[in-house]
Design a protein around this ligand. Structure first.
Ligand SMILES: [Zn+2]
Length: 475
C-alpha cells in the first residue's frame, strides 16, 4: 500500500468512534423513507462540526442534504443513504426473529452503515486535501428514500448532480466486490379502482366491485408475462382489498405494481401495456381506475474506469482482521439463514472464483476475500442508477453480513451494529476515499472516466422517468 493510502486509512481510523456511533444511532432511529429526520439531522450536525458547509431540504425532500468542502474542479460526490425498511425491526445480535417493535421499521438493507461509511470517506478526503493543499470539491450527498421511492431520481431531476465529475458509493453485502453489473430500471405504480357498494346478497346486481377489478387486472398481467422479455420483472401488492366484510361489494380497491426491466424505455413500454390491462379490468367490471406512478429508478451504468480504482484500493483493505469472536458471530448468523440462501451463495461464489478457491472460501466463516470485479447480472434496482446517467459512477460492496444473509431480512437488521459490520463499513470507507483522491489529483483519470461514460451512454441521454411535476410524497 502506498503512503497516501496509508495516510487516508489513518484518517478514517482516527474518526472510527464518531462514525461507528453515527451508524449505530441511525440503526436505532430506523426511520422510513422521507421521514429520516433524526438520521439526516445527525449526519448534518456531525459533518458541519467537521467543517463541511451544508445545503439541506433539496428537490422537495426535507431530509435530503449536501455537505461540501473545498472549491473548484473536480467536484466529486460520495453518496450516502439512511432510510430503514418497514416490517424489519429486529433486536441487535439476536439470532432468532425478535423485533424491537412488532411490525416496526428496521435497517434490513444496512443503509445506516452506507451513510456513515460514506460520510467517513468524505471526511477523510476533506482532511487529506486540507493537509496536502489539494484543490477541488468533495461532497457528501445525504440521499433519502432509496427504498420504494427512489429519492436520488428527484435530486437528479433538479440538477443537483449537474456539476459533478465523478460519483462513488457502496452498499453493505455478504461479499467484497466491485461489481461491473447494471441494475433493473423500476417504476412503482398505484392502480386504484372505484366501483359501487351494495349488499352482496340482498342486491348484488346493484354493486360494481373494485376488488373484482383488481383481481381481473392481476390475472391479465399474469397472462402478459408470457409475452414480455425474460429479464423483465413484474410484481404487485394489494394495498387495499376494499375492506374485511365479504357481504359488502367493495367500492374501492387498490394494487401497487413494481415494473422492472433492464432499460427505462422497456419499463415505460411495459407500463403502457399494464395501464391498458387496468383499463380493460375497469371496463369489464364497470368501475373506474386511477393510475398514479410514484417512483422511478433508472438502470445503473457502472463506470469501468472508476470501478478499476475502487477494486485496486479495496484489495488493500481486505482481508479484514477479524477476531475469533467475530468469526464465531458470523457462524451463528449463517446458521440461521435458509438452505435456499446458502445454496444460492454457493452458486454465486462458484461463478466468481475458481473451483478450488471457491470451495476453500465456502468453508470460511466470512467471505474475507475480494471477489473478481465482474458483471453478476442485474436483479434488484437502485436509484444510484439515476445518478449514473448524469455523472460517471461506480460502487463497491463489502461483507458487512455473514455469508448467505439475505438483504431485506431480520437477519441483516440483527447484524447491523456488530463489529463485523463496522469493520467492513470502514474497509469500504477507506477504498472509496483512496479512489476519490486518485480522481481529485489526476485530471486525466477524470477525463478517462468521462470518455468511458460517453461511450457507455452510446448517444442516449437521461430518460428522466419521473412523471412530470411529480413531487416526493409519503405513501
Ligand atoms: Zn439497499
Amino acid at each position: 500500500m502506498d503512503k497516501r493510502s496509508q495516510d487516508i486509512a489513518a484518517l478514517i481510523t482516527k474518526h472510527e468512534a464518531l462514525f461507528t456511533d453515527m451508524s449505530d444511532r441511525i440503526w436505532g432511529f430506523a426511520e422510513p423513507r422521507f421521514q429520516e429526520y433524526q438520521s439526516s439531522e445527525l449526519q448534518q450536525k456531525v459533518l458541519a462540526d467537521l467543517g463541511f458547509s451544508i445545503r439541506a431540504g433539496l428537490a422537495g425532500q426535507e431530509t435530503a442534504f449536501i455537505a461540501e468542502w473545498g472549491s473548484g474542479k473536480p467536484v466529486i460526490a460520495i453518496l450516502g443513504e439512511f432510510d430503514a425498511l418497514s416490517g424489519l425491526s429486529q433486536k441487535a445480535d439476536v439470532t432468532e426473529h425478535d423485533p424491537v417493535e412488532a411490525g416496526g421499521q428496521g435497517h434490513g438493507c444496512g443503509h445506516h452503515l452506507l451513510g456513515a461509511g460514506s460520510a467517513a470517506a468524505a471526511t477523510a478526503v476533506k482532511e487529506y486535501m486540507e493537509q496536502n493543499d489539494i484543490p477541488g470539491t468533495i461532497r457528501y450527498y445525504g440521499c433519502p428514500a432509496e427504498e420504494n421511492a427512489g429519492g436520488k431520481a428527484f435530486l437528479v431531476r433538479d440538477g443537483l448532480f449537474d456539476d459533478c465529475d465523478i460519483a462513488i458509493t457502496w452498499h453493505p453485502s455478504t461479499v467484497n466486490q466491485v461489481s461491473l453489473g447494471s441494475s433493473l430500471a423500476n417504476f412503482r405504480v398505484f392502480y386504484t379502482f372505484h366501483g359501487t357498494s351494495a349488499h352482496a346478497a340482498g342486491s348484488p346486481h346493484l354493486g360494481r366491485s373494485a376488488l373484482d377489478a383488481v383481481e381481473i387486472m392481476n390475472v391479465g398481467v399474469n397472462y402478459m408475462r408470457e409475452h414480455m422479455i425474460s429479464q423483465a420483472r413484474v410484481h404487485y401488492a394489494v394495498t387495499d382489498s376494499g375492506g374485511t366484510a365479504p357481504n359488502v361489494v367493495q367500492s374501492r380497491a387498490q394494487v401497487l405494481y413494481a415494473i422492472r426491466a433492464p432499460k427505462v424505455t422497456q419499463v415505460q413500454e411495459l407500463k403502457r401495456r399494464i395501464d391498458n390491462i387496468a383499463k380493460g379490468a375497469a371496463l369489464i367490471t364497470e368501475t373506474t381506475v386511477e393510475i398514479k406512478q410514484v417512483s422511478a429508478y433508472s438502470d445503473l451504468i457502472t463506470n469501468k474506469v472508476i470501478a478499476a480504482r475502487l477494486d485496486a484500493h479495496l484489495r488493500n483493505f481486505v482481508p479484514i482482521d477479524y477476531t475469533e469472536e467475530e468469526l464465531e458471530y458470523a457462524r451463528r448468523f449463517t446458521a440461521v439463514t435458509t438452505q435456499m440462501d446458502r445454496d444460492n451463495l454457493v452458486g454465486s461464489i462458484k461463478k466468481l472464483l475458481p473451483k478450488a478457491e471457491a470451495e476453500r472460501w465456502l468453508r470460511e466463516p466470512i467471505l474475507n476475500v475480494v471477489a473478481p470485479s465482474v458483471d453478476m447480472g442485474a436483479g434488484g434496482s437502485t436509484d444510484v442508477g439515476d445518478v449514473s446517467w448524469v455523472v460517471p459512477t461506480a460502487q463497491l460492496t463489502t461483507a458487512t453480513w455473514a455469508p448467505a444473509t439475505a438483504a431485506h431480512s431480520w437477519q441483516a437488521t440483527a447484524q447491523g451494529c456488530s463489529s463485523n459490520a463496522h469493520k467492513a463499513m470502514f474497509a469500504a470507507s477507506k477504498a472509496m476515499a483512496c479512489a476519490v483522491l486518485d480522481f481529485m489529483t489526476d485530471p486525466e483519470l477524470v477525463a478517462a472516466a468521462r470518455a468511458q461514460w460517453i461511450e457507455d451512454l452510446d448517444g442516449e441521454t437521461y430518460p428522466n422517468p419521473l412523471p412530470e411535476g411529480y413531487m416526493p410524497e409519503i405513501w
